[in-house]
Design a protein around this ligand. Structure first.
Ligand code: BES
Ligand code: ZN
Length: 461
């Protein structure tokens, strides 16, 4: 029996064990955005580190007092290629528990899926890579490649520590390819290789008006209301045609080529079903673009949260002293987040009425990325995916962001391979996040085959 078949057999025979492991991982509420979960974030790092330790990897926890980066290297295999495998153990806040059918950190398997925060984003996607390596070791006795795993704890809040780690440790991380499973695919049986991600620039906007909350009857009309101002300012960042109203915003945006538009049209996508599943009547957005073009390859502006004034039950007539919002821009290749931040400041100052103090806090930013589709690791992935799924992979772009990818490209000069397994309706970042059990096992088989395919390619870093 070939080595890879031994590995696949090993993976298959221990499905229950892998599912239990994922559930253990999902039980740790490693919410990076919430300081109340700082200990849980560290617990998830420890839990991940132990997996590598048990596999005989050398493991290091960088930034152990903060949101640790788990860095694990396999014993060296001379002459074999080297891959960096990246993922994140942090998760998004679960938010309102009443919106979850089962509690977010008590994983439940039903209807063929794991339900828990982090199920698809990203615990259920990084774990298969780790377990596929483990199965190689256990079933074959040696590893086909040199592995360097980087599993971080603040992807969901901008990867600032990892950026520094990469800058400092670029030499140690030298590799032939960076493999990342933190994206999606069009359908359960339709895998994908993602060749583009949008970037992001995220800001908090704070407005201060009068020095305290006021009676809206006595003062309204004579004093600028920061919430009125906020609504006008937020609205002034986009026009009716869906164009972002920031000076220079589109300057560096490269038009989509006919070839790429054709490639998008070839991706299976049922627009009607998409909007129906969202409970939304029809498409909106920038004129002249299809839904997939808008989501994957055009820059956007979204208000992610707004606050100010009375939020309690019933009515309260008040002219609030303060208001604010969190806003994000998704960026496409060549847009510079620093330029966007400057343009935003100019525009918001133009829109800000007298009587309001404006403060803009830059929370995080990362540029968009494109990855070549003709690299040897993409070819290896095509073969691995086609061997496991009923259909061969399609090439897609995605609208989400993985902040560290651009840095991997710049600092390591390595090819990046994005093969993700989440479905559109897996509810990433939303209540009732889920991940297909079948996909979890398929991801492991893909990973095992990918290592095999890559080991046949020459390389020695
Ligand atoms: N897994 C996502 C990235 C993603 C989302 C890829 C959708 C493809 C489709 C990742 O965990 C994520 O959510 N990233 C954040 C990054 C941000 C906080 C800097 C995002 O895109 O909002
Ligand atoms: Zn996410």
């Amino acid at each position: 029996m070939s080595d890879v078949n031994k590995v696949l057999e090993c993976l298959e025979s221990r499905r229950g064990e892998w599912e239990d492991l994922l559930c253990d991982f999902l039980r740790i509420p490693s919410v990076s955005a919430d300081p109340a979960h700082a200990e849980d974030v560290r617990a998830a790092a420890q839990w991940t580190a132990k997996l590598f330790d048990d596999m005989g990897f050398s493991v290091e926890l960088a930034e152990p007092e903060q949101r640790p980066i788990v860095y694990a290297e396999s014993p060296r295999v001379g002459g074999a290629p080297t891959v960096v495998v990246y993922g994140h153990y942090d998760v998004q806040p679960a938010e309102d528990p009443t919106l979850w059918e089962t509690p977010p950190f008590e994983p439940d398997i039903r209807d063929g899926s794991f339900f828990a925060r982090g199920a698809c984003d990203n615990k259920g996607q990084i774990l298969p890579h780790i377990l596929a390596v483990r199965a190689w070791k256990e079933a074959v006795g040696r590893l086909p490649l040199n592995f360097k795993f980087v599993v971080e704890g603040e992807e969901e809040v901008g990867s600032l520590l990892l950026e520094r780690f990469l800058d400092e440790q670029a030499e140690r991380l030298a590799c032939d390819c960076v493999v990342i499973s933190d994206t999606g695919m069009p359908g359960l049986d339709q895998p994908a290789i993602t060749y583009g991600l949008r970037g992001v620039a995220y800001f908090e906007v704070r407005l201060t008006g009068p020095n305290r909350d006021l009676h809206s009857g006595s003062f309204g009309g004579a004093v600028t209301n920061p919430c009125n101002a906020l609504a006008k300012m937020l609205g002034g960042l986009i026009d009716d045609a869906g164009r972002v109203q920031i000076p220079g915003f589109y300057d560096d945006v490269v038009p989509l080529s006919d070839e790429e538009r054709a490639r998008f049209r070839a991706v299976p996508f049922d627009e009607k079903a998409f909007f129906r599943s969202l409970g939304v009547e029809s498409a909106v957005g920038e004129k002249g673009y299809t839904v997939l073009e808008r989501r994957w390859a055009r820059p956007t502006y979204d208000v992610c949260g707004v606050w100010g004034g009375y939020q309690g039950a019933g009515a309260k007539t008040v002219l609030p002293g303060q208001g604010g919002a969190k806003i994000s821009f998704r960026l496409v290749p060549h847009q510079d987040p620093v330029k966007i931040a400057k343009g935003l400041e100019i525009r918001l100052r133009q829109l800000c009425p007298p009587g309001i103090r404006l403060e803009i806090v830059d929370l995080h930013a990362s540029p968009a990325v494109l990855t070549p589709l003709d690299s040897p690791c993409v070819q290896a992935a095509e073969r691995a995916l086609a061997a496991v799924f009923p259909r061969p992979p399609v090439a897609i772009r995605e609208g989400g962001s993985i902040p560290i990818v651009a840095r991997f490209q710049q600092r390591l000069g390595a090819d990046v391979l994005l093969i993700g397994f989440a479905l559109e309706d897996d509810n990433a970042h939303a209540p009732n996040e889920k991940y297909s059990v079948q996909t979890f096992h398929r991801a492991m088989a893909v990973s095992a085959r990918l290592w095999d395919e890559m080991s046949r390619q020459p390389g020695a870093k």
